[in-house]
Ligand binder design. Structure first.
Ligand SMILES: C[S@@+](CC[C@H](N)C(=O)[O-])C[C@H]1O[C@@H](n2cnc3c(N)ncnc32)[C@H](O)[C@@H]1O
Length: 256
């Protein structure tokens, strides 16, 4: 069994959500391990901004790993649960700030250098404003960015038969275009904080990588221990990381 530095077993973040589903501890255990624990240089002693902070699960991970301060921005009333859970676990205003607002409003108020690290986990596919988001990342210039997102990975470029054949002989995978796939969002209405268009856009991983490059960030994809997580119970919902439907990155400013 994997030993986690931050173990969410029995913590309040796993409580039933609005659809009556409980979160499996390994959802947080593994995500905290790969996104935060293995990137301690971006967390320990840092001032962190968590976009779409939900009920504070990743904020807790950061605090456990020694973050100096974490600000969570969340559009919905889940922010009250985050406050309740974090305070129950012994954290206070010296450790965290919670802001109930649209992520973009908060980013527009943010000054360059306000945060060392920005977490953008489970958020990119909740918006149709990816370009604006990356422009803001470039402007506020955090040293590190952690991105974890669902991607479209079945989009492939149209190819002629001859290109297809050459790729086949060279055993090359078809190129994935940088693209956003727009679709209606179903659950954005709560407390009217999120996306008035009712539209979201799911990126391809190539799009995310292009956005890093064009906005002054270097990056690496975070590796999931696929041989291990394939044995994690299906309820932990980690399957997306196995199939490639979900990807994660650590990015840092090119000049940093
Ligand atoms: C899928 S959850 C991700 C939670 C957490 N970051 C994680 O990775 O475990 C996305 C959260 O972002 C919030 N959200 C989506 N769009 C938002 C917006 N424009 N402004 C503020 N919060 C938003 C949702 O309400 C939801 O709580």
């Amino acid at each position: 069994m994997t030993k986690f530095l931050v173990d969410y077993y029995d913590l309040p973040f796993l409580a039933k959500n609005e659809w009556g589903e409980e979160t499996h501890p390994d959802w947080f255990n593994w995500r905290c391990e790969v996104l935060l624990t293995r990137n301690r240089e971006a967390i320990e002693g840092k001032n962190i901004l968590d976009l779409g902070s939900h009920v504070g699960g990743l904020m807790y991970g950061c605090l456990k790993l020694g973050a100096r301060h974490v600000t969570g921005v969340e559009g919905t009333g889940r922010i009250r649960l985050a406050d309740y859970y974090l305070s129950q676990l012994g954290y206070g205003p010296q450790h965290y700030t919670l802001v109930q607002d649209d992520v973009y409003n908060h980013l527009h108020r943010t000054q360059p250098g306000d945060y060392d690290t920005v977490l953008c986990c489970g958020f990119l596919y909740h918006t149709a404003r990816q370009l604006e988001l990356f422009k803001e990342f470039q402007r506020i210039a955090p040293k590190h960015l952690v991105i974890d997102t669902i991607v479209w990975h079945t989009l492939t470029e149209r190819r002629s038969w001859s290109t297809w054949f050459k790729d086949f002989l060279a055993w090359r995978r078809p190129a994935e275009p940088p693209a956003l796939l727009f679709k209606p969002e179903r659950n954005i209405i709560e407390e009217k904080a999120i996306g008035p268009l009712g539209l979201i856009a799911v990126p391809t991983s190539k799009w995310v990588e292009w956005m890093f490059e064009r906005h002054g960030f270097k990056y690496r994809q975070l590796l999931w221990d696929k041989k291990v997580i394939k044995h994690v119970p299906i309820q932990a919902l980690l399957g997306g990381y196995l199939s490639g439907r979900r990807v994660s990155y650590l990015a840092w400013r090119s000049e940093a």
